[in-house]
Design a protein around this ligand. Structure first.
Ligand code: ADP
Ligand code: ASP
Ligand code: MG
Length: 718
């Protein structure tokens, strides 16, 4: 398990220290490996003070969350901590916290957003006392009648000192000196702290956290020496006691006199104690250290271990690691990724590797086929193309084995990825993940061939260019894994193709919608079918560099953005323009043109009909260059009654992609003006809320993309 720690105060740094120093011992005793993968804190000087290696320091919450399986929140308060927990749960992480105020007041919000058990907070009540585990696990089938206890060490310390003859102010001062009370002690002495804990305990048992406004609360400020003496004269002590009466549905915190035979009588100093009364087994008493860095930190570590059991069951520790052709094109790079896989394994993650064919192998195989046949048979073509990935999976599995791990390569057919029989562009219709799961449980790293599957009759099929990305997200879904990592030769999804724009920047996070647009508009980073599948099934994708530790781009639901924002500029040169000259200006002609294209399976993108001259129109549309071969110009010419069809190849489509782009005309204006300033003519335009595209002369692509990138200041965004 990879553990991310947010907040390095006394508790957070103690958790860090224990995991670092006693990690091996904890693993030996519990059988669970826990490695701190990232930490974050507001006070940066802490990093140096605690000697935290720089690669463990997270850039921001997202960076921490993505790189951990379990997020430990020790920030405190209800501001940043609340954001962190929400975001972690949103990204399917398990969260461990000691934050009673947060759980008491916002616990409902968290548990509503996550159907499975993913929030652990043993340390929030009673420090080192395992009261929550007792209620949640051991007593799960008991009826709980009543819970009462001394839940606040500070007030118990003050009352204990007062009993020795001190007055309230003196006792408080000592508590502050010893670090048992804060400079502003109100939270403790007014009884709120104990009330938060009652609210948390009620939530554990009932599923709903009532919050402290529903708990009658009285503190100890009004208690004086005389009250204590009066109690002592009848052999009683005054204690601040929190009580939940589940039968009556009531809860309150108040100072009460307890008799000598009461188990709470002898609880002294900063100790805590809780008594649980059940229907089946009578009473349980838990007593121990209620607060302090060490007991709280150990409660957190217990939670981490408990959480890891849940996480394992949910396959949360399975991560898909997909490596593209550019990342496996040499033996050195293959060895490099085997090491990356090993690091994952060491941290307790169970990787499933997906690989593409080495380098431009698929292109080479295509060209080879064309040398034999101008229209190769679909079945044979896929038989040929699938060999590319078969080669790379074997080599990657060998490289992983070479490092002493168990690994097994699986073709698409062996991985039981079932497709329809639409050769070269097959659709995945099902996947039987049991076999891969079994390999995982037996300690193997499965290495699955991307881009391929097989039909129910055993024919080998491929999934369309870039299809390994699709294999990866489909496997993520089938294995219920929390994250699909796509490794590339670049640091993530950039604001523009880094080969064209020198200042292009990796984008930190982006929504699926935007990514789908980017892929469709020519950014090769992720296949658009893969993005669409990920959106449909809520799969989070992280695009990362295969050879560096750069943080990468997170593709997910995305943070809600209202204002228009331009994320990236893309170019697509693989398009051609088909122009129908002098089409008769009659109703029904355009429909006939589109019907003809549909019959021929030619997808069009932009379409334009120019101003009428006499009885004729000019119609033009763009198609993908690959689709041109499918276009039967003779038929189209006859149906459209065009005088002539011409094809323009020297064109390219430039698009800006983002959110709410049509909310204001200013964005389109900036785009057009930028092109005008560079003397670039716009041939066609189309716009939607998430993109504005223009068609220009293909010789001007470099100039246009760079100018647009800087006009929208994309080098400054992150
Ligand atoms: P892989 O072999 O890993 O699938 P691809 O060759 O499909 O990799 O795509 C990676 C290339 O895509 C990068 O080298 C990069 O130059 C290019 N690319 C184009 N647009 C973008 C973009 N917006 N962000 C990142 N990379 C891009
Ligand atoms: N090797 C295949 C291709 O080049 C699949 C992939 O790379 O994703 O299209
Ligand atoms: Mg690719």
């Amino acid at each position: 398990m990879r553990i991310g720690i947010a907040g390095l105060g006394t508790v957070g740094s103690c958790v860090y220290a224990i995991l670092k120093e006693k990690g091996d011992e904890i693993e030996k005793r519990s059988g669970r490996k826990c490695i701190v993968s990232k930490v974050i804190t507001r006070t940066h000087s802490k990093y140096e003070k605690l000697g935290i290696p720089s690669d463990l320091i997270a850039e921001d919450f997202e960076d921490l969350i993505i790189n951990s399986d379990i997020v430990v929140e020790t920030i405190g308060g209800t501001g940043a901590a609340r954001t962190l927990i929400k975001q972690s749960l949103d990204l399917n992480r398990t969260v461990v916290t000691a934050n009673k105020m947060l759980i008491s007041e916002f616990g409902n919000e968290f548990t509503n957003s996550s159907p499975t058990k993913s929030l652990f907070f043993e340390a929030a009540v009673g420090g080192g006392i395992p009261i929550i585990s007792l209620l949640e696990d051991y007593l799960i089938f008991h009826g709980i009648k009543r819970v009462r206890g001394i839940l606040n060490g500070t007030t118990n310390f003050i009352l204990s000192e007062m009993l020795r003859g001190m007055d309230y102010a003196e006792a408080l001062e000592i508590a502050q000196k010893k670090g048992y009370a804060e400079a502003d002690p109100s939270n403790d002495v007014k009884g709120y702290d104990a009330a938060y804990k009652l609210s948390v305990l009620m939530g554990v048992k009932t599923g709903i956290f009532p919050g402290i406004s529903n708990i009658e609360t009285m503190g100890i400020e009004e208690i004086n020496k005389r009250d204590l003496e009066r109690a002592a004269s009848s052999d009683k002590k005054v204690k601040l006691i929190g009580t939940i009466d589940f039968e009556k549905g009531s809860a309150f915190v108040k100072p009460q006199e307890v008799e000598r035979n009461d188990p709470l009588w002898s609880v002294d100093g900063v100790e805590n104690a809780v008594e649980v009364e059940t229907d089946l087994s009578g009473r349980f008493i838990l007593r121990g250290e209620g607060a302090g860095a060490q007991p709280t930190a150990t409660a957190i570590i217990s939670d981490i271990l408990r959480a890891s059991r849940y996480a394992e069951k949910q396959n949360n520790s399975v991560v898909i690691m997909k490596f593209g052709g550019t990342s496996v094109d040499t033996p050195e790079k293959i060895r490099d990724i085997a090491e990356r896989v090993q690091k994952k394994v060491i941290s307790g993650v169970k990787p499933v590797v997906v690989v593409s064919a080495m380098g431009i192998e698929t292109d080479i195989l295509h060209d080879l086929a064309r040398e034999i046949s101008s229209r190769p048979n679909g079945r044979e073509m896929d038989m040929l193309l699938a060999t590319g990935e078969q080669k790379s999976i074997a080599l990657v599995a060998m490289a992983i084995q070479e490092l002493g791990m168990k690994s097994i390569s699986l073709s698409g057919n062996q991985a039981r990825i079932k497709t329809d029989s639409n050769f070269s562009n097959a659709r995945i219709v099902g996947i039987d993940a049991d076999l891969i799961s079994r390999h995982i449980s037996n300690g193997y790293v499965p290495v699955v061939a991307g881009f391929q599957g097989s039909t129910y009759t055993g024919e080998i099929t491929t999934l369309g260019r870039g299809g390994s990305d699709l294999t990866a997200v489909v496997l993520a879904k089938a294995l219920g894994s929390q994250l699909c990592e796509i490794y590339k030769d670049v640091d993530g999804v950039y604001s523009a193709d880094p080969r064209i724009v020198k200042d292009a920047r990796p984008i930190k996070e982006i929504s699926w919608e935007e990514m789908i647009e980017l892929s469709k508009q020519g950014a090769q980073v992720l296949q658009s079918r893969a993005s669409e599948f990920a959106r449909k099934y809520d799969i989070k994708v992280l695009v990362k560099n295969a050879h560096t530790n750069a943080r990468g781009t997170l593709i997910w639901r995305g943070s809600k953005v209202e204002q228009p924002i331009v994320r990236a500029v893309t170019s697509d040169q693989d398009i051609v323009k088909v122009v129908l000259q002098e089409v008769p200006d009659r109703p029904g002609i355009a429909a006939r043109v589109l019907k003809t294209l549909t019959e021929q399976n030619v997808n069009i993108d932009m379409i334009i009909q120019s101003m009428r001259s006499g009885e004729f129109n000019t119609m033009a549309f763009t198609v993908q260059a690959n689709d041109l071969a499918k276009l039967r110009q003779d038929i189209l010419k006859a149906r459209s009654e065009a005088r002539e069809i011409t094809i323009e190849r020297e064109i390219a489509k430039i698009s800006i992609v983002g959110v709410n782009l049509t909310a204001t005309p200013a964005i389109a204006a900036t785009l057009f003006e930028t092109l005008a300033n560079e003397g670039i003519n716009i041939d066609m335009i189309s716009a939607s809320n998430s993109r504005i595209s223009v068609v220009i002369d293909s010789k001007k692509v470099h100039l246009a993309v760079n100018a647009i990138h800087s006009a929208f200041n994309l080098e400054e965004i992150a």
